[in-house]
Design a protein around this ligand. Structure first.
Ligand code: AMP
Length: 467
C-alpha cells in the first residue's frame, strides 16, 4: 500500500514526499481511512509506530476540507485539540503538524507547562485551528479565559495510559465536559488495561479499533550494548568503535544540530567518511547526504532525531546513540532503524554520567538491562552501570545533555579543545570499575557483533590518564 491509496490530499502527499516517507506504517494504513470517514477511533499503538501521522494527516485533511462550524467573529476558534502527557511529545506532535501541514493554511499552537505562558497566549490570541496541549497548562489557560473549546470538532487523546500513570486523570475529567458532545474523538494508548478501557468508553462513540504490534518488541530483535563513558571521551570512543570494519553503514544519533556537525567533521578529519543531516541543512544537502550514505560512499551518517524521520535505509549495520535521548521511546525508535529486512541489527549507546537517568528510563520501558560493554579504552569507575531495579536516578537540571563546547581544531569527532589535547595520551590501566558480583549481574555485551573494537585486543577496563 502507498500513501496514494489512502485518498489523502495532494498537499499532504507532497509534504510526505518532502519528508521522505515512502509507505504508510501499519497503524497509518489502518487508521487513516476511518478517521477520514469521521469515525471515532481507538488505536492501540506506541510511540515509534507512526501513530502521530496516523491521526495528524487525516485530521489536517478534515480541518482543511470542512468549513469551520459556528465560528465566532474574531480570531479562529480551536477546531481540534490534541492532549498529550509530556512537553516532549507535545513538541514532537507540533513538529508533525508543521511537517505534514506545510502546504495547507491551517494554524496550530503547542502549549505546555514549566515555561512562560506569554508566547502561548499570544499564539492563542492570533487564533489557531489545532491546539496541542498538556493537560495542566491547558486547564490553566482555560481557567484564565484564553482557550475556548466550544467549537471543537476533533478531540485526540494521545498516550492515554501514560496520562493515567502520570496522574492526569483528574485534569482529563475536568476537560471532557468542556468539549462539545458532537465531535469526532480519537484515543491512543500503548496498553489497554480496564481503567483505560473505561476511560475510552466515556470518550468514544461506536469506535473502530485498530491495534499494531508494540514497538518495544523491536528492542528484542536488536542486539544492544551500552558504553559507560565520560562525556569528553565520547569522540575518542567513537573513533575506537569505528575501527571495527563490521560497522559498515552506521547511523549516529546526536541530540543537537551543532553536535551532529561536530561529530561528522571530527570523523571526516580522521579519514572516516561521514556527513551530518539536520534541520539547518537545505533539502538538497540532506538528499545528497542521504544518497551518499545509501550508495556506501559515506560510511557514517550523523543525524538528529528530527532529521532522521522518514529516513529509510536498508542494511543499516549499526545505530550508535552518541547521546542518549531523554524520551525513552525515542531510543526504541532509533534502534528500530537497524536490523530491518530480516537482518540482525546492532545498537550501541554511549552513556555519560548525566545520561544515566535516561538509561534508567529506557531500561524500564524495554524492561531489560542493556548489557554493558566495558572492553574499551575509556571505561572507568566514574560512570557506573545502571541496574534495572535500582533506585531512581535524578535527571540532570538544565538543557539535557548539553554537548561540549565547540572545538577549536578538534582532534576527534565532537571533541572539545581540552579533549584534543588528550588525544595522544595513551589510556592508563584502570582499577576495576564495579564489584565482581555487580558486574556478573550486568551480563556481557554482544562482542564482535556489538562492534567491539578489534584492533586493541585489550580486555577489561581502563582508566584514561587525567592531565
Ligand atoms: P510516532 O510513532 O508518531 O512517534 O512516529 C515515529 C517516527 O516515525 C517519527 O519520527 C515519524 O516521523 C516517523 N514516521 C511516521 N510515519 C512514517 C512513514 N510512513 N515512513 C517513514 N517514517 C515515518
Amino acid at each position: 500500500m502507498t500513501f496514494d491509496d489512502l485518498n489523502l490530499l495532494p498537499a499532504l502527499l507532497k509534504a510526505l514526499h518532502t519528508a521522505g516517507y515512502e509507505r504508510p506504517t501499519p497503524i497509518q494504513q489502518q487508521a487513516i481511512p476511518h478517521v477520514l470517514d469521521a469515525r471515532d477511533l481507538l488505536g492501540v499503538a506506541q510511540t515509534g509506530t507512526g501513530k502521530t501521522a496516523a491521526f495528524t494527516l487525516p485530521l489536517l485533511q478534515r480541518l482543511h476540507e470542512a468549513k469551520p462550524t459556528n465560528q465566532p467573529t474574531g480570531p479562529r476558534a480551536v477546531r481540534a485539540l490534541i492532549l498529550t502527557p509530556t512537553r516532549e511529545l507535545a513538541i514532537q506532535i507540533g513538529e508533525s503538524f508543521e511537517t505534514y501541514g506545510q502546504n495547507l493554511k491551517l494554524r496550530h499552537a503547542v502549549i505546555f507547562g514549566g515555561v512562560s505562558q506569554h508566547p502561548q497566549v499570544q499564539a492563542l490570541q492570533r487564533g489557531v485551528d489545532a491546539l496541542i496541549a498538556t493537560p495542566g497548562r491547558l486547564l490553566d489557560l482555560i481557567n484564565q479565559g484564553y482557550v475556548n473549546l466550544k467549537h471543537l470538532e476533533i478531540f485526540v487523546l494521545d498516550e492515554a495510559d501514560r496520562m493515567l500513570d502520570m496522574g492526569f486523570i483528574n485534569d482529563i475529567r475536568k476537560i471532557l465536559p468542556l468539549l462539545p458532545k458532537q465531535r469526532q474523538s480519537l484515543f491512543f494508548s500503548a496498553t489497554m488495561p480496564p481503567t483505560i478501557q473505561q476511560l475510552a468508553d466515556t470518550i468514544l462513540r461506536n469506535p473502530v479499533q485498530v491495534a499494531v504490534t508494540p514497538v518495544s518488541s523491536t528492542a528484542e530483535t536488536v542486539e544492544q550494548a551500552v558504553y559507560m563513558v565520560e562525556k569528553t571521551d565520547k569522540p575518542y570512543l567513537l573513533l575506537e568503535v569505528l575501527k571495527n570494519p563490521e560497522l559498515r553503514r552506521v547511523l549516529v544519533f546526536s541530540r543537537t544540530k551543532h553536535g551532529a556537525d561536530r561529530v561528522a567533521k571530527g570523523l571526516t578529519a580522521k579519514g572516516i567518511g561521514a556527513e551530518a543531516i539536520h534541520g539547518n541543512k537545505s533539502q538538497n544537502a540532506r538528499q545528497r547526504a542521504l544518497q551518499n550514505f545509501k550508495s556506501g560512499e559515506t560510511r557514517v551518517l550523523v543525524a538528529t532525531d528530527l532529521a532522521a524521520r522518514g529516513l529509510d535505509v536498508d542494511e543499516l549495520s549499526h545505530v550508535i546513540n552518541y547521546e542518549l535521548p531523554n524520551e525513552p521511546e525515542t531510543y526504541v525508535h532509533r534502534i528500530g532503524r537497524t536490523g530491518r529486512a530480516g537482518a540482525a541489527g546492532v545498537a550501541l549507546s554511549f552513556c555519560d554520567l548525566e545520561e544515566r537517568a535516561y538509561l534508567q528510563d529506557i531500561q524500564r520501558l524495554i524492561n531489560r538491562e542493556i548489557p554493558v560493554e566495558d572492553s574499551h579504552s575509556y571505561a572507568n569507575n566514574d560512570v557506573a552501570p545502571v541496574p534495572l531495579k535500582g533506585p531512581n536516578i535524578t535527571k540532570p537540571k538544565g538543557p539535557a545533555g548539553r554537548p561540549p563546547r565547540a572545538p577549536r581544531g578538534a582532534g576527534a569527532p565532537g571533541g572539545s579543545a581540552a579533549g584534543s589535547r588528550r588525544e595522544h595520551t595513551r589510556p592508563a590501566p584502570a582499577a576495576p570499575r564495579t564489584a565482581p558480583a555487580e558486574r556478573r549481574s550486568q551480563g556481557k555485551a554482544p562482542t564482535a557483533a556489538a562492534g567491539k573494537p578489534s584492533t586493541n585486543g585489550r580486555s577489561g577496563s581502563r582508566r584514561r590518564r587525567r592531565d
